[in-house]
Design a protein around this ligand. Structure first.
Ligand SMILES: Cc1cc2nc3c(=O)[nH]c(=O)nc-3n(C[C@H](O)[C@H](O)[C@H](O)COP(=O)(O)OP(=O)(O)OC[C@H]3O[C@@H](n4cnc5c(N)ncnc54)[C@H](O)[C@@H]3O)c2cc1C
Length: 340
């Protein structure tokens, strides 16, 4: 799309990733990312989701001004029962309460974890609470009263994990705390959490963690119950195909869900260019993506228990399983082969 240079400008490039003991801060595992460009032909970047969205929207509008219509909530999707009738019917509502109906030749359902397209057209099992809650927060870097090491850092403790990394050229410190909680919790991006509650839950963590929590402004902390979903065997139905979390929702332990959705988009785009119908493109898309996505799904599923095990010291001696060590970053969706 020609946004590479802009992405680099809005992103942060952590040159190291450290995993430390939650209380003492002693180093357990270290990843050097200085050579990422030489190794993989691209830098390892971290960024604010809203910044990436804004960039993609701006570029897409420049390329195809009518491609995006905002303020349209999909409320119904249906395939025709009549074999002679082609296409998919969609019904939207906007914030003014207006209803908009469309009949379109094909649909890409990229509507996320709770996809309406998936819920309507597929038989899905209800998600199962994973036993973990993720607390997400954004702290003002200038307000953090501690000397922080560069790059990203993980503090690993029994049943509790704190991950932090800089975004917006270091002006914000993004963090996610994962906590084992027996009681099922709500699953939502927008569920507010109180920093004071998180501070109580992370008692005993290193002073760096306390300093980051103390620098979190009001309203910048959210909690999210993590739910596991069974992968779908089939990502398309007729002229409807699912992509990203809608197709393969995964646990966040590998930080690969958004990356996988972007890879999907590139591969599906290539399949559409090289196929004569949506059904053919969707079939190639799934066959090209399934093995890799299923692998990441399985690894992500197992990550939580490993990273929050009773004795974090053991991480020092055990084989590391992350995106580097498992070779995930060697993959190139732009140039890699498509299934025939
Ligand atoms: C705590 C946590 C941390 C994570 N950390 C990372 C990370 O570090 N790296 C990473 O790669 N991934 C991470 N992920 C996963 C990542 O957020 C998702 O995998 C990714 O957002 C999926 O992208 P998507 O485009 O498929 O869906 P989404 O990003 O969910 O986008 C779906 C879009 O569809 C819209 N939508 C939904 N329903 C409707 C409707 N009915 N009508 C109209 N629009 C609709 C939504 O508003 C949204 O804009 C994390 C997830 C969690 C929970």
């Amino acid at each position: 799309m020609g946004v590479g240079e802009h992405v680099r400008q809005i992103a942060d490039e952590p040159l190291q990733q450290l995993t430390c003991h939650y209380a003492s801060g002693d180093l357990l595992v270290s990843f050097d990312r200085h050579n990422t460009r030489e190794q993989y032909g691209a830098p390892y970047l971290q960024m604010h989701r809203a910044d990436l969205h804004a960039l993609l929207v701006e570029r897409l509008r420049a390329l195809a001004p009518d491609a995006i219509q905002i303020d349209h909530r999909l409320v119904e999707v249906s395939l025709s029962d009549d074999a002679t009738s082609q296409g998919v019917s969609l019904r939207f509502e906007n914030s003014a309460g207006r209803e908009i109906e469309r009949r379109v030749p094909a649909v890409i359902g990229a509507d996320g974890l709770k996809s309406l397209v998936r819920r309507t057209l597929w038989q899905v099992e209800p998600p199962a609470y994973s036993g973990f809650v993720a607390w997400r927060g954004l702290a003002e870097a200038s307000q953090i009263q501690a000397e922080l090491s560069e790059g990203s850092k993980v503090f690993a403790g029994p049943g509790r994990l704190f991950v932090r990394y800089p975004i917006r050229q270091g002006r914000l410190m993004n963090y996610v705390a994962f906590l084992k909680v027996a009681e099922p919790q709500g699953e939502s991006w927008s569920q507010q959490g109180e920093v004071t509650e998180l501070q109580a839950l992370l008692v005993g963590f290193h002073s760096e963690v306390a300093a980051i929590l103390a620098a979190t402004p009001e309203g910048r902390c959210h909690k999210w119950g993590l739910y596991a979903r069974t992968p779908l065997a089939q990502w398309s139905r007729g002229d409807v195909v699912l992509l990203g979390d809608a197709a393969h929702p995964m646990m966040p332990w590998f930080g690969q869900g958004a990356a996988s959705a972007l890879e999907d988009a590139v591969i599906l785009g290539r399949c559409l260019q090289e196929s004569t119908s949506m059904a053919e493109a969707a079939d190639r898309f799934q066959r090209t993506r399934l093995e890799r996505v299923s692998f990441i799904h399985r690894e992500s599923q197992a990550g939580g228990e490993r990273l929050t095990a009773l004795h974090p010291e053991r991480l020092r001696d055990s084989a590391v399983r992350n995106e580097d060590s498992l070779g995930l970053m060697s993959y190139d969706p732009v140039l890699g082969p498509l299934c025939a």
